[in-house]
Ligand binder design. Structure first.
Ligand code: FUB
Length: 315
């Protein structure tokens, strides 16, 4: 009896030590995690930064990068870019929204949405900053030519080296090829067809030869009878990076934050779904939709290629 109890408790203790703790960044508010695995074998997360006291997303003015070798111990590499370093940016600053980062031919390309004028909602551009290092020395080179005045950039590089650019918010997702300099759309962006209830936060990954486009939807019920009810994460599948897409439904229920923004990535043979919630602000006693915290959980595929609903831990 006692021996079985002891064994049980030891196993439970070990399992809890192995578990990923969410939110995994606890010393500052973070959102919009773009997770990337670079050649040094570490996983890097590029995130935007919410500012306390909460005053909405207009104050967000800088990006940070974190990395891990084991999904347990995280290193904060600090700030990598802020609004005042964007030569063409609106003079009032702020609005450094969901970014992405890719690597090509020795250069890290960091993409970020930022308004170029006082009328922030009409003047979005997708900035490009480059560096030889994944964690520092990023310099703004300009912005993506041929992009629309829309938020949430994402770049997917296919196995043949061709880069695809995605962006979108307010219900429309646009995409197209990038030229070799990674800063120009080849031809024109086209609307992605077949995405049910698209809101924002597009992300593409490849699994068993098929393309998966994940995004957040428009679900917005607020808190009701103790049930959470804001943006959910959905996905769609295609034979091509530019669609047409077959909507596959919801892979993540709402978190306790109004928005959600995800990235899906394989690391050391396992798949993960990165996202954000408001759990850190809840723990800190200042719960707010715009004081978010990045989180990660396991993502599993069914045999038929569909994605199992992700279990949010730590909530
Ligand atoms: O963080 C600012 C904005 O909120 C992002 O660009 C959206 O995806 C949403 O997370």
């Amino acid at each position: 009896g006692y021996r079985a109890l002891f064994l049980g408790l030891t196993l439970f203790y070990n399992a809890s030590l192995m578990a990923q703790e969410n939110p995994f960044i606890k010393h500052m508010y973070t959102a919009d995690p773009s997770a990337r695995v670079w050649a040094d074998g570490r996983l890097y997360v590029y995130a935007s930064h919410d500012i306390a006291p909460p005053q909405g997303c207009d104050l967000m003015d800088q990006y940070h990068v974190f990395s891990t070798a084991d999904m347990k111990n995280w290193t904060d590499h600090g700030e990598i870019l802020r609004a005042s370093q964007v030569p063409w940016g609106r003079k009032e600053g702020g609005f450094m929204w969901a970014p992405d980062c890719v690597y090509k031919n020795g250069v890290y390309y960091f993409y970020f949405p930022h308004p170029s004028g006082t009328e922030w909602n009409k003047t979005w551009k997708i900035g490009v900053a480059t560096s030889k290092s994944p964690i520092k020395d990023f310099v703004v080179q300009g912005y993506v030519k041929g992009a629309e005045a829309l938020i949430d950039p994402h770049v997917f590089i296919d196995d043949d080296g061709q880069a695809y650019f995605y962006q979108g918010g307010g219900g429309v997702c646009m995409a197209g090829k990038l030229t070799d300099n990674m800063m120009e759309v080849e031809g024109q962006l086209q609307k992605m067809e077949g995405l049910e209830d698209f809101h924002e936060a597009s992300w593409v990954n490849k699994y068993k030869g098929k393309y998966y486009l994940s995004y957040s939807d428009n679900h917005d019920e607020n808190w009701k009878d103790g049930v959470k009810g804001d943006n959910r994460m959905r996905y769609a599948i295609s034979e091509s990076p530019l669609g047409p897409w077959k909507s596959m439904g919801i892979y993540m229920d709402p978190t306790d934050s109004y928005t959600n923004h995800g990235s899906i990535v394989e690391f050391k043979g396992k798949w993960y779904a990165f996202y954000h919630n408001s759990e850190l602000s809840r723990k800190n006693g200042e719960f707010n939709d715009w004081l978010r915290s990045i989180a990660v959980d396991k993502l599993e595929y069914n045999k038929d290629g569909s994605i199992k609903k992700v279990k949010q831990t730590g909530l």
